[in-house]
Design a protein around this ligand. Sequence first.
Ligand code: MN
Length: 205
Amino acid sequence: MTEPTHYSLPALPYDYAGLAPAISEEQLRLHHGKHHQAYVNGANAVLEKLDNSRKANVDLDMKATLKELAFHLGGNRMHTMFWENMAPAGKGGGGVPSGMAGKMIAAEFGSFDRFRKEFTQAANSTEGSGWAALTLCLTTMRPLIMQVEKHGVNTYPFRIIMVLDVWEHAYYVDYKNDRAKYVENFWNIVNWDTVNKRLSEALIK
Ligand code: MN
C-alpha cells in the first residue's frame, strides 16, 4: 500500500445538514470546508517548506516551523476525530452510552449525568480557543476529562476518546456568543458507537 505523502480533507460521515439543528448546514460547511481545510493546507505547506529547505540545504527557524506544523497537524487530527464522534440526532447521535463507554463512565463518574455535567463545565470554561476532550490514561486506565488549548498536542500519555470543538468558529454562526447552548446541543449528536470503538482500541493498546 502506498502511503499518501500529504494530508487531505476527509469527507464527513454524514450530509452537511445532517447535524442540524445542533449544528446548522451553513455552520458545518464553513467549519469543515474552510477551517478544517485550512489546517490540511497549512500542514501540507509546512511539509513543502521542510522538503524545500532540505533540497536547498538551507536552515529553517525550527522552533517556529515545528510550532506551525503542530498547530496544523493538531487541527487536522482533532477535527477529524470531532466529525467522527458525532452523528445525526436519533440516527446514531445522542442518547446515553452503552457498552464499554457506558460502564467506564459510570465507574469513574458515578453516573452519566455527572460525567455530562463535568464535561459540559470543562467545555464551557476552556480558555480562548480550544477543545474539551474525554481521554483515557493508559497507566491507570481511568477516563479523564481534559481541556486542550488551541489544538495542543501536549497530551501524549493520554488517548483521546471524544472531543468537542469550542473554538468560536465552531458555533458562532448558529449561537453567536452562547457557547453553553452549543455545548448543550452537542449531547444530541454524540456518536457513542465511535466513542466505544475508540475506547476498545485504546484498551487493546
Ligand atoms: Mn474547529
